[in-house]
Ligand binder design. Structure first.
Ligand SMILES: [Zn+2]
Length: 202
């Protein structure tokens, strides 16, 4: 039976010439033998502590801000698994990694199975052009990266973000999920689709 494991990793986020201290969530989905990792923030060892001795099938990136993909190539070296990213985030990826590319292009509707469950990618541009959420219907949860947090939409004040687009993505692509869907975010605490829909009014 698939389960969700979690850790928090601390480091920095830099964009537009500014740097901030941030705590990022690491999400690992799978069973006792295999798993996928959602986002590769600041420390390979923080991620491997959650993975344990399981086979990693994929490194899934919610978007390519440096605090979500910084150690993706180093993690790939350790676990020998493909990095998957929506190609619309190429511009952000290249701000962090000039020596490495990702391996597999994600697209809306992309599915990956692990540990007897399936994750489906939902393209939710706005916070980043290639922002993707991963819905796990069997587990009743969605991994939203920086698109939807407890308390509302992700930030859109910096380069390559779009405030109108993130609202459209959230309303049209996330708020159609069941109310009791647990939202596992890129930073901070969980919430639910119903709670955020009520808060945003719609
Ligand atoms: Zn971000």
């Amino acid at each position: 039976m698939a389960r969700v494991d979690h850790a928090v990793s601390s480091g920095t986020f830099s964009l537009d010439g500014e740097t901030f201290e941030v705590d990022n969530n690491i999400w690992v989905i799978g069973d006792d033998t295999e798993c996928v990792v959602i986002d590769a923030p600041h420390s390979v060892s923080d991620i491997l502590a959650v993975v344990g001795d399981r086979k990693v099938r994929a490194i899934l990136c919610t978007h390519a801000h440096d605090d979500h993909v910084r150690v993706a190539p180093a993690l790939r070296e350790e676990v020998v698994a493909p990095i998957m990213l929506h190609p619309d985030d190429k511009v952000l990826w290249e701000l962090t990694h000039t020596d490495y590319l990702w391996d597999v292009d994600l697209h809306d509707g992309f599915e990956i199975s692990v540990g007897g469950t399936t994750l489906r990618a939902i393209h939710t541009p706005g916070h980043a052009p290639g922002a993707v959420c991963f819905h796990a219907p069997d587990l009743g949860c969605v991994f939203t990266g920086d698109t939807l947090f407890q308390g509302g939409p992700g930030a859109t004040g910096r380069s390559f973000s779009d405030a109108n687009l993130i609202t459209k993505s959230i309303r049209e692509r996330l708020f159609v999920l069941p109310d009791d869907t647990v939202v596992h975010t890129g930073h901070g605490d969980d919430t639910s689709i119903g709670a955020e829909r009520a808060a945003l009014g719609g």
